[in-house]
Ligand binder design. Sequence first.
Ligand SMILES: [Fe+2]
Ligand SMILES: [Fe+2]
Length: 277
Amino acid sequence: MKARITILCENSVGSISGTIGEHGFSALIEPAVGDPLLFDTGQGLTLLHNARRMNKDLSLVKQVIISHGHYDHAGGLKPLLEECGPKLVYGHPSVFKPRYRVKDTDECYSIGIPVSREELETAGAAFDLSNEFRAIAPGVYLTGEVPRVTGFETGDQGLYCDCNGHESDHTIDDQSLLLETERGLVLLLGCCHAGLINTLEHIAKMTGRRDVYAVIGGTHLGFCGQEQLTSTIAALRNMGIKKLAASHCTGFAASARLLREFPKEFQLAMVGYTLEV
Ligand SMILES: [Fe+2]
Ligand SMILES: [Fe+2]
């Protein structure tokens, strides 16, 4: 396929005046042939505003993918449905599970999807939930649940299924979107809680291909330890990825390190970032 990918929601904004940032992620995929798809929806504060500012008509989108059930990826779903009409919404069966961030100070924040499944269905969502690798449009695949195979991708230690911090949340619903393009595979990440290398290994196993042209989105490396960052960089070095457009939960320090390690490949995928493949 040929497509244009545009970041609609992200923590920072690029050069398009009048767009605004929020802690979140959303990317619009406009294939040369066929309807546009939306991967994640941000928190809900910026999606519709930024789309309008960038002349993107989200009523043309029929398929929406929710990478995982965190508020900063799924919070924009309700305003999107209310303003732009019914959508087919893809995700993992555990996407509506309650989840929390518990800080070292014992402060607890709810970080799950802020509205119920029923409320979203009333607003026009038709959910298609699965944990399998699958095609959802020509050349467009969802990874499904990503097996955790590397020893070093230990993930974010502050995520829990309860506010007391008794049960860790491994965010098994985390999945990424894969595009089969003429330049190679393009991988879109929400937060990549499953780990970037686990995700890349999973798609290699599912497709038999390792020609990843671009990786775009949140790597969560900003919330993981230095050891994970260093081992991830070492693993990426042999993969020949041409564009490493990290953003969102990658954070400033990990982004700076990635830029130093991959000066030709690294880019910041902020609001307004566009890639044509
Ligand atoms: Fe996130
Ligand atoms: Fe997340």
